[in-house]
Design a protein around this ligand. Structure first.
Ligand code: ATP
Ligand code: MG
Length: 360
């Protein structure tokens, strides 16, 4: 069986370092591993509209921002198909058929959607499109017969929902769809990177992000004013590293060679944490180290992004070509789905014969 990747992001803002450690970095690694037959990376504009219906301009503006972030991170259009969701209308049709295989109560149990409804104050008036976006995600994944979906932890319920739809579809209509596997980051700190404010998730919608496109100075300012352990007031106070975003970011970003380069008086992260716990290590020193670590990771991304910013028409051309390629693949899956569901009336010679017989 082919090994196929599908994943993507909502164009609701520029991408941040949570996206990077949660999914983007892995994608680039998988892309360059040569182990996959196809890789599809989707800019989910239709999904972004489910909670931004009144602000299509925001979605429109951010398509190119997300594409620039992709290219900056090293996604290579020669190896990965970058495309725009709404340019592949087959996805909408698939969603419509899958809706018949899912109950309202099943959707209501989705913990990520529940949390997002609360965060957006949608409790009293949830747009139907937003409520059903897990179904549209199942369409996105299955349209490309994806076997592997590299995403952050918040996507686990979506993958579960997709697998249920695949089972249901295949058992009702016959073996047609491919069951995908989720691929979570190996590093626990990257499953759900917290915001610079210490909130549970760095999220475009919460304004607590370090963006891939931030300048060196912006990144430095954000790091130096990050939330830490509120009880670690004086340098000599013992500090807590658990739940402390500065240390979580170090878990996510630092490597042994960073210590040799930027903080040689410590053998590694364990020793630094130990000192912080004991007391006598100030936040400023740790933040300065984190800044060095993150700048060294982000600088090449920023530079590559800048180069693409000078050739915006080429970026749109990549998306146009990618969308055409994606549409051809999704059209084939849709044809398989229609045939499995027996709604391929005009291609079904047996049906016409059957009706002729009936009226003989
Ligand atoms: P929005 O607030 O509009 O939903 P978002 O910041 O949650 O935006 P998405 O586009 O919904 O971003 O998510 C894109 C991908 O990035 C998903 O795979 C998701 O799991 C991952 N991701 C998003 N935020 C984080 C985070 N803080 N840590 C790890 N992974 C994340
Ligand atoms: Mg999200």
């Amino acid at each position: 069986m082919s090994k196929i990747i599908l994943t993507g992001d909502r164009p609701t803002g520029r991408l941040h370092v949570g996206h990077y450690v949660g999914s983007l970095k892995r994608r680039v690694k998988l892309q360059n591993s040569g182990e996959f037959d196809s890789i599809y990376i989707m800019i989910a504009d239709a999904q972004a509209l489910t909670d931004n219906a009144d602000n299509p301009e925001k979605v429109r503006q951010n398509i190119v921002e997300v594409a620039l972030d992709y290219l900056g991170c090293g996604l290579d259009p020669a190896k990965s198909t970058l495309f725009i969701q709404s340019m592949v209308p087959q996805l909408t049709e698939l969603s419509f058929y899958y809706m018949n295989l899912v109950t309202v109560s099943r959707l209501q149990r989705n913990p990520t959607v529940k949390a997002e409804i609360q965060m957006r104050n949608f409790e009293a008036s949830i747009p139907v499109g937003f409520f059903t976006y897990p179904i549209s995600q199942a369409a996105d994944i299955t349209a490309f017969k994806a076997t592997t979906v590299p995403v952050g932890e918040d996507q686990m319920p979506m993958l579960e929902q997709t697998r249920e739809i695949v089972h249901k579809f295949n058992s009702v209509y016959g073996e047609t769809l491919v069951e995908p596997q989720i691929l979570l980051p190996d590093n626990k700190a990257c499953l759900r990177l917290p915001g610079t404010d210490g909130k549970a998730k760095m999220s475009k919608s919460l304004g607590n992000c370090i963006y891939l496109a931030d300048t060196e100075e912006e990144v430095r300012k954000k790091i130096m004013s990050m939330f830490t352990d509120p009880n670690h007031i004086r340098v000599e106070d013992p500090g807590c590293v658990e739940g402390n975003p500065v240390f979580i970011y170090l878990d996510a970003f630092s490597r042994p060679e960073h210590f040799a380069e930027f903080l040689p008086e410590y053998a590694g992260l364990d020793e630094l944490k130990e000192h912080y716990r004991r007391g006598g290590l100030g936040d400023v020193k740790v933040k300065k180290f984190l800044n060095n670590v993150m700048q060294s990771e982000l600088a090449p991304i920023r530079e590559r992004r800048k180069k693409w910013e000078k050739d915006i028409p080429a970026v749109y051309e990549i998306l146009r070509e990618g969308s055409q390629k994606a549409e051809a693949v999704a059209a084939q899956t849709l044809a398989d789905v229609r045939s499995a569901m027996k709604i391929n009336y005009f291609d079904d010679g047996a049906l016409i014969k059957e009706q002729i017989e009936k009226y003989k």
